[in-house]
Each structure stands twice: as C-alpha cells, then as structure tokens.
Design a protein around this ligand. Structure first.
Ligand SMILES: [Zn+2]
Ligand SMILES: [Zn+2]
Ligand SMILES: [Zn+2]
Length: 251
C-alpha cells in the first residue's frame, strides 16, 4: 500500500490568513498545510479520503490524473468543499463517492445543481454510495469504517488493510478499539498543543497512539498552533511523526 498525504492542515489551512506567527511565516515547506486529505493506492486502485477546498491544487501538485473512488469522513467544508472540482476526473466514468446517509444529504444540499431530475449540463457525475458503520468493499478492497465522535457529531474514520485514518475527533467509542489492532500505520488528528471542544489535541493523540500501539503513527489536521514542524517532530518518539503535505509512505 502506498499512502500520500495530500493535505495535513486544519480547516483554515496553514498559514492562516492574516497571521504573522512563526509557523505561518516559516520558510519550511513542511509548515505549509493544505486542508486534510489523503490518497491510498492499493491493488492498482486509487482511493481519496476526503475532498476539501484544496483538492484541485492537491491533484495538480501531486500529478494525479485519475482516481477510482472517494471516501468522505464527514460533511464539514474542509472535507467536502472540493467535490465540484472532481469534474475532470469523472468524465470517462461516474466517480464513486462513499459517505454516510446524513453526509450524502448534506452534499446534495450543498450542490443542488448536480443532483435531481434536470441536471445542469457539465455538472460533476457523482455516484453517491450510502455507507454505515459496517465493512464494505470498493472494487474488492475491504474498507472498515470506524465510528468517531467529533465533539457531539458522530463521523467515520476508515481502516484499509493495516492502515487506519482518524481525522476530526474528540473520542473513539470503546467498542471501536478492536478494529484498530495490528496497525502498521495509524493516521490521526493532532490539531494543536492543548485541547479543543471538537478536535483532538497533540497530548490526546499521543494517549490514543499509546493505547492503539501502531508500528508507526502520523499526525494530521494540524493548525498553526501545533508549532514548527522541525521542532515538534523532533520532540516525538521515533515511531510518531508529524505528517506534511506531499509525504508518501509505502508499507
Ligand atoms: Zn476538518
Ligand atoms: Zn499563525
Ligand atoms: Zn470537521
């Protein structure tokens, strides 16, 4: 499996508009974070996780010319705001989008012109598949959803093979931990140092990593308050890394 971090930033991205802090003004490219999204390449298929407002530039900068499917964790703008930009990738075939029913409804409300009886010509051809917290397959590749609480909002993370992807969470329900055993790679949110009512902070992420015990962990969905990449990454145990945009790992 090859896993590419297309974006590793929180909803505002880093730098944050107007901010002059040391992270937002850093010249280290690893401190520039687009909205969180990832590409999973497995068995010759390409699955994108979340499709935020930086999707177009993420496809161009990573030279991605085709994808097979998109998994959506939840309906917040930073995770679905780029769905319209999928158009060039869906001309040959309808693109399969997998999300929970309430998320599908939110997508339809956000893009009324792309659904319904009299579609405007040229709209994105999105094939929406409703999923629940039950295993399913995409082109024969098993995907295990993982329930997460994002403040009071129930959302989904995903496990594919020995990789789990958990973005935007405050807690993982107790019964979900058994799905997180034997991981080679855990990708998990660490918004910033300190706590937040609807996101996981760095210290909380480290506690989850300690419990889940993946071989390696990569932190995502970071704000400028995480600190400088070069400084914070060095402070972490050797199997825990701050992810950065464009990083690819194979395992
Ligand atoms: Zn988010
Ligand atoms: Zn800043
Ligand atoms: Zn969110």
């Amino acid at each position: 499996m090859k896993f590419t971090f297309l974006g590793t930033g929180t909803s505002t991205g880093v730098p944050e508009i107007g901010c002059r802090c040391e992270v937002c003004t850093s010249r280290d490219t690893r401190d520039k974070r687009m909205r969180t999204s990832a590409l999973v390449e497995v068995d010759g298929k390409r699955i994108i996780i979340d499709c935020g407002p930086d999707f177009r530039y993420q496809m161009l900068s990573n030279r991605i010319a085709w994808i097979d499917a998109v998994l959506i964790t939840h309906e917040h703008y930073d995770h679905v705001g780029g769905l319209d930009d999928i158009r060039p990738l869906g001309r040959e075939k309808d693109l399969q989008i997998y999300a929970e029913e309430n998320v599908i409804e939110a997508i339809k409300t956000r893009m009324p012109y792309a659904f319904g009886a009299n579609k405007y010509p040229g709209v994105p051809q999105l094939d929406l598949f409703s999923i629940a917290n039950q295993s399913f397959n995409i082109f024969g590749i098993p995907v295990i959803p993982i329930r997460l609480m994002h403040g009071r909002l129930p959302i989904l993370g995903f496990r594919i093979g020995h990789m789990a992807y958990l973005s935007d969470l405050t807690s993982i329900p107790e019964e979900e931990f058994e799905k997180l055993q034997n991981l080679d790679v855990l990708v998990i949110e660490a918004l910033k140092k300190g706590t937040h009512p609807s996101h996981e902070g760095l210290e909380e992420a480290l506690i989850q990593i300690e419990r889940i015990k993946p071989k390696a962990a990569y932190l995502i969905h970071m704000s400028h308050r995480i600190g400088l990449h070069a400084v914070v990454d060095r402070e972490l145990d050797s199997h825990i890394h701050l992810a950065y945009d464009g990083l690819s790992i194979e395992f």
